[in-house]
Ligand binder design. Sequence first.
Ligand code: CP
Length: 313
Amino acid sequence: MKHYLSVNDIDSINEWVKDALILKKNPLAFNKLGKQKTIGLLFFNNSLRTRLSTQKAAMHLGMTFMTMNFGKDGWALEFEDRSIMDKGNAEHIKEAAQVVSQYCDILGIRAFPSLKNKEADESETVINSFSKYASIPVLNMESSLSHPLQALADLITIEEHKKKSNPKIVLSWAPHPRALPHAVANSFVKAMQLKQADFTITHPEGYELDPKITNGCRIEYDQEKALNNADFVYVKNWSSYKDYGKVINQDKNWMMTQKKLGTAKFMHCLPVRRNVVVEDEVLDGNQSLVIAQANNRTFAAQIVLKKLLESLK
Ligand code: CP
């Protein structure tokens, strides 16, 4: 594997989940693999889980990490080829990516979408430019369209908590006051397709995800119907894709409640707004897997870093 940019880079999803669960039992089993190797983590946006779990995973593998809040502390980057750089951007991606490649062996990038310009966001300029000009493997720590470390952690969590071989899994949109990206939902949908899971997406009309991604998925606009007999309910807000980046509905009736959840397990990638996205009773109850999901971020990152390190040899 050259880079980890999307869940499509996973060659065998069942093997990866199995290997991550083995690593979880003995996290230091490969603590020599990353000796004298450095991972650089460049954040163009905020993070709690991704930052700390990726650092923890690197430590488990014996790596050194260097983390930078690039969006705040780095030079403003220019991405246009042959541009005349006489405006605000001080450094071209061509130099920045090559320079970082000399300091690091693997490079993690987090760069969210603008949610203003669909075409620009879909071109994934930041992460694609780093993977184009860097000479080292690039790890997606959430880009405009994808959050493949989160999706892998979610699959690990489902595997640990499932009570039947093919549980019913529902992705349910929830209200939120701000416009949020599609990355978590997109990657979860792709992961469900890879697993060929019994999977339903539910959201109000107008919140359809990119149809190229949900192609072939069951979509049910009636949330109650969708949730019927669910084993896992993954709740997430995203902004409209059709009316790109807009909050077109904040219907509080879509908030997840204990009554709606029934006996299903509750999942969310975090951070989550209490009593907007989901009520306290769910998050504080014993059906919530959110803390387990966050814990599994370490082992998702660790299995990916292990494979990237092995590809360096
Ligand atoms: N779920 C997730 O990616 O969390 P952070 O944004 O805190 O990294």
